[in-house]
Design a protein. Structure first.
Length: 149
């Protein structure tokens, strides 16, 4: 079950629910063991493949491709950039501030015409509210989130 807590965004002056990560991340070894249990592949084989996937994905994305992992979604490189008003001032190296990986979950059209996203089955999620002073253990440290208090 996922967790959430009430947050306040000072800039916008609004309260909103925010998903909170609890505990340590589930590591590759655990995912490999879980996959081995539901397949005919051994734990060590799964770990070997998972250990190489980031390098293979990097190679393909560096060729200008997106990577589609069936049942999971799409990955591609995107740029964080700064614009210039005058085309004469255009300088790719100076304007690119960061390269990020964008992930778009796989989606499937349901019988009623709506879409569901991979990894998200809203009908099966039971959200649990945490106290406002609960710390978010997300590996990003919340740096990519709006300023809150």
């Amino acid at each position: 079950m996922p967790f959430w807590k009430k947050m306040f965004n000072k800039k916008q002056g609004v309260h909103y629910p925010r998903a909170i990560v609890q505990g340590k991340p589930v590591e590759t070894e655990t995912i490999a063991k879980d996959l081995a249990k539901i397949s005919t592949v051994s734990n060590s084989d799964v770990q070997a493949v998972l250990g190489d996937i980031s390098g293979v994905m990097h190679t393909r994305m560096s060729q200008g491709k997106s990577v589609h992992i069936k049942g999971l979604g799409y990955f591609r490189y995107v740029l964080d950039t700064v614009g210039v008003k005058d085309l004469d001032d255009f300088n790719f190296d100076k304007q690119v501030k960061a390269v990020r990986v964008e992930f778009i979950p796989e989606r499937e059209k349901t019988s009623n015409g709506t879409y569901t996203r991979a990894l998200v089955d809203s009908d099966e999620l039971e959200w649990i509210e945490l106290s406002p002073d609960t710390k978010d253990d997300a590996p990003t440290g919340g740096e990519d989130r709006p300023e809150i208090e």
